[in-house]
Design a protein around this ligand. Sequence first.
Ligand code: LLP
Length: 438
Amino acid sequence: MDHFNYVDGQLCCESVPLARIVADVGSPCYVYSYATLRRHYEVFAAALAGADPASAGTAPRRERTLICYSAKANTNGAVLAALAQLGCGADVVSGGELFRVLLAGIPPERVVFSGVGKQEDEISAALKAGILMFNVESEAELALVDEVAGRLGRTAPISFRVNPDVDAQTHPYISTGLKESKFGVPIDRAPELYARARALANVEVRGIDCHIGSQLTRLEPMLDAVRAVLDMARRLQAEGFALTHLDIGGGLGIPYKDGDAPPAPAAYGKAVFELFAEYEDLDLTLVCEPGRVIMGNAGVMVCRVLLEKQSRSKRFVVVDAAMNDLLRPSLYNAHHTLLPVIEPSADAPRTPADVVGPICESGDFLAKDRALPPLASGELLVARTAGAYGASMSSNYNSRPRVAEVLVRDDRYAVVRKRETYEDLVRGETIPKWVRER
Ligand code: LLP
């Protein structure tokens, strides 16, 4: 469910026509819907807390649930601030993300820090901020966290990210739970690592964590992983480890095109809630790190058709957005539904076209062989489901300034990130005198 719909033949975000936003801020741009992100957060949070999302006002049956939005999906400050206001925490994977979420007002005690290569300065900043816990991914990292905490005279709350060796059945680049993956520690080594952690002076064992991948479209692998981690938590508690938190990671998939039917957030939340209920005696706070499911369908990227060209065998639509603005099609062959901003007539002929950007690479495309109506130069097109891993993965490749980001709420909108200028592109560069010496 989202708030991007045609109203009188014009594609709108909530009550604002996208054409009006582009007339104001230019193209390309990202546009996010506040109502959508809020709804996604609330439905997800309610389901995991055991409340019935269909009947408003139902009291959650599980108070101890913490949603830590995975900031990497969309790190825009206004998005983070909106989620902070709703009571959401954050999952961060870098010092930069930590800086952003704290700036946006997410309380440090709702922040978890994941990632295989945390560096000293990042660990130190997180310790000083007082985050909920570090999801530690290796023995070497455990030693580093202990050392940095010791130096600062603090105790680092940690959990281990365990790798349950479950096939998440998703794109190989975003599958993380198999034993050959770089992530986490093998689940069968967990007891040994927890024992090691207990012997260290500056860490406090707080939880256990897993994350098996992203864009997961089947419940079974996720539930298998959670059950394996719950079983391990039971064993560790029996061995005297005072675990208080169990973090199930993120990963729930979303529909990108008609016919996609990933588990609904409510179904996923209910299944996890019920599984947790079987382990109620462990008295664990459930932590979850959703990214895509909150933001994916809360954002679109708008671009403009520059021209059409026809090769001997192919129709190309060249647009002003490129792989540097939305990388997912090029990197994962991902599908983003494309819609003209002016609703085409139902009987307009649709013929297959490659929609491509101006970047000098054949891999620069937004869509391949997509059935599209005739498109005139200047027409606006929207790539849907671009609110997660869209702007946050954009770059300046080909010296293209990063595009503007806009947040809409009802009939209001604001530019929440300005389009970069050419000056922004060279900011921070210097040309030493001697490069000009002959
Ligand atoms: N927690 C951890 C430890 C993660 O690594 C991730 C995502 C998440 C949570 C959030 O997963 P989500 O709920 O968004 O699926 N760039 C790729 C996705 C990469 C995901 C990386 N980790 C894409 O565009 O599909």
